[in-house]
Design a binder for this molecule. Structure first.
Ligand code: ATP
Ligand code: MG
Length: 402
């Protein structure tokens, strides 16, 4: 008899899971936003979509002792999700990042008799599930340019098969094929990043001497284009940034480029970090063409010393300061201060303290009263502010003022 814990399935409503479809040509990861809505047929159709040459009628997963269990119905699918949810919770309790749910498609004996063109991926599944590895250059329709940085240019784009708007960063890189391969393998960790505070990575590919990195599009853009941010909004943004960084550090990833243009917001009130340095090779290759100094860099980075998560914390502090009257004084002088009558104490900029304490104390520092005060998950505040600013910008543009 199948027993599954409904509480688990309700819990699954709140977080996305990653399903890894093991195919003969490699793994295919899919992020499922609302697992409790997933049904057996939807998943089967998605499997067939990535394995059109086989006739798949069922799939298997492995239990804790490695025995394969077949899934052929909605009931068996629920049992699998419940089992996976338990495993995921256990892994989390042991401080581990949950492994994706691995499934092994079972091909029938009569390949080729199906009308492949007749297959349709149901809309419901596609709103819940996005096959991340299937983005090809020819499937992307570029729309307007969103911005241009030191490394490359970011475009708003539309992915035809996924029916999804993307942000695609295109970086010209004159490097060897070996280095290209190295970058691609270093970027693989991005598929594992699964946090509401980190931009979702979909795919990356090289076309000639350009790499395109496809991520989630954030309709509010980056924080650098916003004028003064009121403290009750900034507080919620800071909480999201700290949570995003804490998540990255838990994966042993340093952001290395924390600054307002790498903090993105959307009209749903979400705040997400982007452009973190997971690929040393990519960072190095871009650095060769980089001009100027980054005002958000911690003193130890500017002076070329070793650096760790303290450097990210420093950049958070600088990012939330206004005006930025800094740079040359950062290494030698006292940390800059905010006008006390308008802002709470900026806890990230205690230069000596931050530079001398260890990781644990920094993490305790994220329990700072400023963070606690605004850690209420109130996305509405950010959402309303983003919508208001976008509307103001639209009116100004219509009046030809910007
Ligand atoms: P640098 O190259 O020094 O990191 P930067 O962050 O400003 O500077 P890019 O990373 O190339 O440069 O980004 C350019 C702009 O594109 C950003 O400032 C932001 O406004 C926009 N942008 C980047 N990613 C997204 C995204 N996922 N959604 C919406 N807008 C984005
Ligand atoms: Mg950027």
């Amino acid at each position: 008899m199948l027993i599954f814990d409904l509480n688990n399935l309700f819990a699954m409503d709140t977080e996305a899971i990653v399903i890894r479809i093991k195919t003969p040509s490699g793994d295919m990861d899919s992020s499922v936003d609302c697992p409790s809505l997933l049904n057996f047929n939807d998943l089967l159709v998605a499997i067939r979509d990535v394995m059109p040459e086989a006739t798949v009628t069922a799939f298997e997963y492995e239990d804790e002792v490695g025995d394969r269990i077949t899934v052929r119905s909605d009931e068996e699918l629920k049992a699998m999700l419940s089992y996976y949810c338990n495993t995921m919770n256990e892994q989390r309790m042991n401080g581990l990042l949950p492994d994706p749910l691995q499934i092994f498609p079972r091909a029938g004996k009569t390949p080729g008799i199906r009308n492949i063109h007749g297959l349709k991926v149901q809309t419901l599944l596609y709103t819940c599930m996005f096959v991340v590895l299937q983005i090809n250059a020819q499937d992307i329709h570029y729309q307007e340019q969103l911005g241009h940085g030191n490394g490359g240019t970011v475009y708003k784009a539309y992915h035809i098969h996924g029916k999804r708007v993307l942000a695609v960063k295109v970086i010209p890189l004159d490097i060897t094929v070996e280095l290209q391969k190295q970058i691609m393998s270093e970027l693989e960790i991005l598929y594992k990043c699964d946090s509401p505070y980190i931009i979702t990575f979909f795919s990356a590919f090289f076309v000639e001497n350009r790499i395109s990195i496809c991520t989630e599009f954030m309709d509010g853009g980056s924080l650098d284009v916003y004028k003064r941010i009121p403290e009750h909004v900034l507080g919620r943004i800071a909480v999201a940034v700290v949570k995003g960084l804490t998540y990255l550090w838990s994966l042993k990833i340093l952001h290395r480029d924390v600054k307002p243009s790498n903090m993105l917001v959307n009209t749903r009130g979400q705040v997400k970090l982007c452009d973190f340095g997971v690929s040393t090779q990519l960072v190095n290759s871009i650095a060769k063409t980089y001009v100027g100094t980054n005002a958000y860099m911690a003193p130890e980075r500017i002076s070329g010393e070793q650096y760790g998560i303290h450097a990210d914390v420093w950049s958070v502090g600088i990012s939330f300061m206004e005006p930025l009257q800094l740079l040359q004084c950062i290494v030698d002088e006292d940390p800059p201060v905010l006008p006390v009558d308008q802002f709470s104490e900026n806890c990230c900029l205690k230069k000596l303290l931050i530079l001398e304490i260890n990781t644990e104390i920094i993490l305790i520092n994220t329990d700072h009263s400023f963070i606690i005060q605004y850690n209420d998950g109130n996305a509405e505040v950010v959402s309303m502010w983003v919508c208001r600013c976008l509307e103001e910008r639209r009116i100004q543009q219509a009046q030809g003022r910007i």
